[in-house]
Design a protein around this ligand. Structure first.
Ligand code: SAH
Length: 363
């Protein structure tokens, strides 16, 4: 894959192990060097070929002449009082993206982006306001994990990855799955699929493809409403992929023993948080191996909804629990640094014009 920068040299960050082996062989370098390179890049988090000291001067010179190694650059690192860190990373074409480190929840978790901006336009999400600027490459998706793991000194520790930053992973399917394969490799960070959660608005053809993947991450579906009329207003892709279609794929989704699909449900005060909504949600999920993660809205300027009171959240959760649905309420992390769900937007990014924003709200 050529880099957005259009560099002539292959980018080490964009290659799966077998691709790297082939690329090295074509340049007269032994295939086993690929594993060594992978260990430097992923396990040791080294971003500069000249610092890969056990490779020998001549080999390092060849690699430097023949390849590039692109790594997102940290240009912002905000720390929240609760330990959450929001990183702003700059890509080679100067586009900024955000990635978040959430400590002990109970695991260490990296929340990473799959696109610059997002095309889904969910009405309560700030990233949606940016529109889609471009897809991330596999190397940029995996690169966020490399950079965050190095910055938090977790390269040698287990951590979870959630694809819940900017973007819709199933709208950038191939690069997202390629990134997961690169992170999974035993010579790389050896991230187990059980430690990865892919969160989606529910793009049905993407879900069908995912159901056939050898690398199967945990699945989270952003539901947010219990009728098509309301869901289409809140989550516009619902017009194309309505509730029944999404739930049908979920019913057939191959799940490991004891595992379930997480349904995320953002609670908007007085909009989708009534007892009737909760009871409809129970019915919708009756035939699915489901658990529910309630996310009280993280409000933001320009978002035309309010966060419900704790009592309303509690009442909603209780109705689900009474009907034997496993339910959790997401504790918002890093709200003071705007690192919480739906708050990722890079200041000065390609924001929609005021007129476009109005049009979005009026639809
Ligand atoms: N595109 C994917 C991943 C994005 S964000 C998806 O939609 O699932 C992860 C979660 O944060 C989604 O469930 C999203 O709906 C939710 N979210 C977006 N804006 C939010 C906000 N303002 N407050 C709380 N959660 C929000």
């Amino acid at each position: 894959m050529t880099h957005p920068q259009g560099d002539r040299h292959p980018d080490l960050a964009e290659l799966e192990l077998h691709e790297l082996e082939t690329a090295l062989e074509a340049r007269g370098v032994e295939r086993f060097r690929a594993r060594q390179l992978y260990r430097w890049i992923y396990r040791r988090g080294v971003t500069d070929i000249t610092r890969m000291t056990d490779l020998g001067r001549t080999l390092r010179d060849t690699l430097t002449a023949e390849f590039v190694l692109s790594t997102p650059r940290i240009i912002g690192d905000d720390r929240s009082a609760d330990g959450t860190r929001k990183f702003v990373l700059e890509l080679v074409d100067r586009q900024p993206i955000e990635a978040v480190f959430i400590p002990d929840t109970p695991a260490m978790t990296f929340c990473i982006s799959t696109q610059v901006g997002c095309a889904m336009s969910c009405s309560f999400c700030l990233t949606g306001r940016m529109g889609l600027v471009r897809n991330l490459t596999a190397g940029e998706i995996a690169g966020q994990v490399r950079v965050l793991a190095a910055a938090t000194e977790l390269l040698d520790h287990p951590f979870n990855i959630v694809l819940m930053g900017m973007g819709e992973p199933l709208h950038n399917y191939d690069q997202t799955m390629k990134a997961l394969r690169m992170l999974h490799g035993e010579h790389g960070l050896a991230v187990s699929p059980r430690r990865v959660t892919l969160s989606t608005v529910g793009i049905v053809p993407g879900l069908e493809r995912l159901a056939r993947e050898p690398f199967m991450p945990n699945l989270a579906v952003s539901l947010h409403a219990t009728t098509d009329a309301q869901r289409s207003a809140l989550v516009p892709p619902n017009r194309k992929y309505p509730l029944a279609a999404i739930l049908e794929v979920c019913r057939r989704f191959p799940l490991k023993k004891r595992s379930r699909i997480t349904f995320e449900y953002v609670l908007l005060d007085g909009v989708n948080d009534t007892p009737e909504d909760a009871r409809r949600l129970v019915k919708l999920l009756a035939a699915v191996k489901a658990k529910v993660n309630l996310i009280p809205l993280n409000p933001a300027p320009g978002i035309p909804f309010e966060r419900p009171s704790d009592e309303r959240v509690e009442r909603f959760a209780q109705i689900l629990a009474d009907r034997h649905i496993t339910v959790s309420v997401r504790k918002s992390r890093g709200r003071d640094i705007r690192a919480a769900c739906g708050q990722l937007i890079v200041e000065g990014g390609a924001r929609k014009s005021a007129a476009q924003q109005m049009a979005l709200l009026m639809r």
